[in-house]
Every structure is written in structure tokens, then in C-alpha cells.
Design a protein around this ligand. Structure first.
Ligand SMILES: C[S@@+](CC[C@H](N)C(=O)[O-])C[C@H]1O[C@@H](n2cnc3c(N)ncnc32)[C@H](O)[C@@H]1O
Length: 272
């Protein structure tokens, strides 16, 4: 048994949970709707099928899947986001089972779900093997694990790199961007799957301007808030400038707005 690894992962998970609890990811999640829609279209669940949204935040993919009359469950370890997800479902008249839980220790029986979705979610779990094994465990044989993963390049890669520069992750943690590489996905899910389809997809994020994009992330995005709090005034200014530069780099609008291109990896993995 490897006790050395277990303790850091639990501590890291607790710290990360505090990070995601700061700010309000629901304010950022409006940019994830399109990925939720696209992922659900690709996974194509049938009415009545059991669908799980892992690290669902305020319910992005879960709310989409329920519109197809699936039996949907969403799990995230931040209680405030689960409360928000419940509110959103209630406001829409949607019945979804939202509950708090860790992607590395899913509170479900083996072979419980036909389809598992995660949009920029499960990728953050520090014990990547455990998170992958948990998805494989709760997915039915022949079921689908469908993920939208941040790529190491493009907007996501650059955005992650800026945060890692100012707030380096602990050395035990493998980058979430491993889930955005074919090799990483094969390592994590390959042994439990009969096929894995991988494709690059494009999504656009919309803001009033790149200054506004920066404002949105500095106010609501946990990892930006946490990084800012650790820095002195000069370093914080540099962090914010670097974030704005990333938005400027991928901005396709020419009329003052920000229409930011994000290419991500779509993974459709069929469990053996
Ligand atoms: C970038 S947000 C995406 C949220 C949601 N999937 C969406 O697209 O709107 C990442 C989410 O992962 C959750 N998360 C990160 N690590 C987790 C873990 N180990 N277990 C459960 N949730 C986790 C965070 O609380 C946060 O809600």
C-alpha cells in the first residue's frame, strides 16, 4: 500500500475544494453551456438512460442531458455549486439528482450509469488514476464516458500555464492537461475501454470585451482568486495582465467585443 501518495492527494483535494469554493463558478459556467450541449449531442443519450455529470459545478451538462428525458445525476464537491444546480433545475422544472461528492470516490454502485459526462471537471482531480477508475467502475459495461477536456495548447493551455506560473501546483499533481492528450487519455482509460474516439472541437466564449473577460475571471473564478491572494501588488498586476493577454491572443472579434476561441478535446470512450 502506498501511504506516501494517499495523504498528499487528500490534502491537495481539500485545498482544491477551497479554491473552487471561492468565487462563484456559476458565473463562469455560462461559457461552458456550448460544450455541455456539444458533448451531450456527441454522447447522444436515449430517453430513460442513466446519465452522470461528474464535477458538474452548477449543473452545465446535467441540465442538458435531462432535456433528453434521461435520468440524470450530477455530483460535485462544492456544496454551494450543488445548491445552485438544484435551484437551476427547480426553476426549469427539471428533476435531477444533484449531490455533493468527490470524483475520486464516487458515491455510486458499480455499473450504475449508461453515460458519464464531464465538462472541464473530472480532469482537475489530483489522483487521476483513481478518478479514471471511478468513472470506469460506475459506468455500465458497453456504456460511454464522454469528456470535454482542456488541451495543452490554445486558450485553455495558455490560460492554465499563466495560473501555474504564478501559483505553481504541488509537485505530486499531474497537470489536468494530461486529459487533453491522446496519450494521457489512453493511459487513464485505455485498459477499461473497448474503443476511444478523440476529436478536437471548437467553442467560442463571449464577453463584452477582453477587459470584461478579465473582470469576470478575477471576480468569480476560484483559481484566479486564489492565485491573486498569494501575490504582492506587483505580481498580481502581472498575473492579471498575462490573463488579459491570453484573452487578447484568442479573441476573434474586431468590434471591441471578446469572442474567444477555445479548442478542446472531446473524448468518447466505450467501457468494455
Ligand atoms: C471548471 S469547473 C466545471 C464545472 C462544470 N462541469 C461546468 O462545465 O460548468 C470545475 C468543477 O470541478 C469541480 N471539481 C474539481 N475537482 C473535483 C473533485 N475531485 N470532485 C468533485 N468535483 C470536483 C469543481 O468544484 C468545479 O465545479
Amino acid at each position: 500500500m502506498n501511504h506516501k501518495k494517499t495523504l498528499p492527494f487528500s490534502e491537495i483535494t481539500e485545498k482544491q475544494k477551497q479554491t473552487w469554493s471561492s468565487g462563484d463558478f456559476n458565473q463562469i459556467a455560462r461559457q461552458n453551456w456550448a460544450m455541455g450541449e456539444a458533448l451531450c449531442n456527441a454522447a447522444d443519450p436515449l430517453p430513460g438512460q442513466r446519465v452522470l455529470d461528474v464535477a458538474c459545478g452548477s449543473g452545465t451538462a446535467a441540465l442538458v442531458a435531462e432535456r433528453r428525458y434521461c435520468e440524470v445525476t450530477g455530483v460535485d464537491y462544492v456544496p454551494e455549486l450543488i445548491d445552485r444546480a438544484k435551484l437551476r433545475a427547480k426553476a426549469n422544472g427539471q428533476k435531477i439528482n444533484f449531490l455533493t461528492g468527490d470524483a475520486q470516490d464516487l458515491p455510486f454502485d458499480d455499473n450504475s450509469f449508461d453515460i458519464i459526462l464531464s465538462v472541464y471537471g473530472v480532469q482537475f482531480a489530483p489522483d487521476q488514476e483513481k478518478a479514471a477508475n471511478e468513472m470506469l467502475r460506475v459506468c455500465k459495461p458497453g456504456g460511454l464516458i464522454a469528456l470535454a477536456s482542456p488541451l495543452p495548447e490554445g486558450w485553455s493551455g495558455d490560460f492554465f500555464a499563466v495560473h501555474a506560473k504564478y501559483n505553481p501546483p504541488p509537485p505530486e499533481v499531474t497537470s489536468p492537461l494530461r486529459w487533453g492528450t491522446e496519450k494521457g487519455v489512453q493511459q487513464l482509460l485505455g485498459r477499461g475501454c473497448s474503443s476511444i474516439e478523440i476529436s478536437k472541437q471548437k467553442v467560442l466564449q463571449y464577453y463584452k470585451s477582453t477587459d470584461h473577460a478579465l473582470e469576470v475571471f478575477s471576480r468569480w473564478f476560484g483559481p484566479t482568486i486564489q492565485a491573486s491572494q498569494k501575490l504582492n501588488d506587483g505580481e498580481r498586476k502581472n498575473l492579471l495582465q498575462d490573463i488579459k493577454t491570453v484573452f487578447d491572443r484568442y479573441n476573434q472579434a474586431t468590434d471591441g467585443r471578446a469572442i474567444v476561441e477555445n479548442i478542446y478535446l472531446q473524448i468518447l470512450a466505450t467501457k468494455k
